[in-house]
Design a protein around this ligand. Sequence first.
Ligand code: SF4
Ligand code: SF4
Length: 398
Amino acid sequence: MRMNISSPAPSPLFPHPRCDPRAQLSARVKVLAARNGLTVSAIASADPFPDVAEHLDRHIEAGHVEGLDWFTSERARFSTDVRNLQSSARSILSVGIAYWPGPTEKPDDGIPRGRISRYAWGRDYHRVIKRRLKALHADLERELDRPIETRLLVDTARIVERAVAARAGLGWYGKNACLIVPGHGSWVLLGEMLLDFDLEPDKPLDRNCGRCTICIDRCPTGAIVAPYTIHTPSCISYLTIELRESIPRELRPRMGDWVYGCDVCQEVCPYTGAARAMDDEELMPASIDNAWPSLRWLLEMTQDEFGATYFGTPVPRTKRRGLARNAAVALGNIGTVDDIPVLHRALSGHDEPLVRGHTAWALGKIGGPEARRALDRGRRLEPDAGVRDEITQALEMC
Ligand code: SF4
Ligand code: SF4
């Protein structure tokens, strides 16, 4: 259907037939967004975000994004004005896909299993949202009967997407720094479409966390150092996904069974607890290993097995060695003497020194004579100095 915005015909798709064409077009864009599988959408102006730029500068100066080398002051300045991306941008459509699958429990099947953050259970949401935005863009061009200049953005540092979503009233900032969307909590993946025409901006929501501090109190590593402020170098999401090197020893015991990301500060939030269950097939796990993988298997998986299980999901970002490293830490936290044989094999045979080092830590954490024997043997045979150092410290833990 092509849209004539100067003299619209009354239609169920036009909720306010008497209002102005810009409001009608805005409503129509949201209808089409929903039809294209975007659960929520709202509109913001394309004006710059000078306050956000200043906030990000303070965040950088305080060291809260150490380790994210791309997160610089220059990048912050760039990302707070969408006209750096598209000079013709007049409006921003902020969209989200809700992905809470309903109550789920890690299986209690006697196999030590890790946890993958829910957003990474299914297909890579970057691709999912981009594809749906592209379809929406095509629909809009058909309706307006003209080419529309746009940029389609998903989880990129080139735009301050939570600030855009908050300005658009899609949700509001929680003290866990997540955007909380009414009806869906923070289980919403965001994207943006820049548009070269004026739409009617939605109003920001007048909501906040009030006196609640549950997420701050329950963060396992104390990474929420103040309301709305995450100290990235301590956050389990950073440690399991972005950090390429060794995980700081003092943080390992606090990481529990997380092997990719962390959902704790979302799971404990009362708003998120009241989220509606969604059944978006693309975001559902294809197998149990996409949600709660066996830690023993992760420690020994081949590159082919890694690819077969995780290709097309967000997990390859951490690479096989990162996931195996995280599995070693998780086994140290939740494993028992039954896991010593697999840890011993990994200590003596894993091809990545990074993994062998963390395996030594796990053996030291589980402790006991069998773990000590494995570590003694590892110390005699280990060629890598860094791993030998880990083994020495693990022996002291034993
Ligand atoms: S993701 Fe986990 S570690 Fe990071 S702030 Fe939230 S609860 Fe803390
Ligand atoms: S747990 Fe409480 S403080 Fe944290 S985001 Fe939710 S409502 Fe806000």
